[in-house]
Ligand binder design. Structure first.
Ligand SMILES: [Zn+2]
Length: 105
């Protein structure tokens, strides 16, 4: 088991879960039922997408990144994370990779 990313918005987490399931990567979501309370702002309680088998992590990571890059092209903006240097689409409030808050210039 290895966590890929966590995100306050469960719909995004389930979206990426279906993306990975379509690629036959077994996944599960941690904290799926904890996140429904509005105003939850503690990342520890955000829904987290995990791969069941750690050896799938790299492939899952690549798939999500590929998808993000496509989204990025469509949105036309990207934000470089000040913490880890990964780029996230401009509509992301937090780095998809390390969850650092992102601010749009
Ligand atoms: Zn980051």
């Amino acid at each position: 088991m290895k966590e890929l990313f966590r995100e306050r918005d469960l719909t995004k987490v389930t979206f990426y879960q279906s993306l990975l399931e379509a690629a036959e990567i077994p996944t599960f979501i941690k904290n799926e039922n904890l996140s429904t309370t509005e105003g939850v702002s503690i990342p520890d309680f955000f829904p987290a997408l995990c791969v069941v088998h750690s050896e799938d992590y790299d492939r899952a990571y690549a798939l999500i990144k590929e998808h993000l890059e496509e989204t990025e092209k469509l949105s036309g903006t990207e934000i470089t994370c000040p913490n880890c240097g990964e780029t996230s689409p401009g509509n992301f409030g937090a780095c998809w990779n390390c969850q650092s808050p992102l601010t749009q210039e």
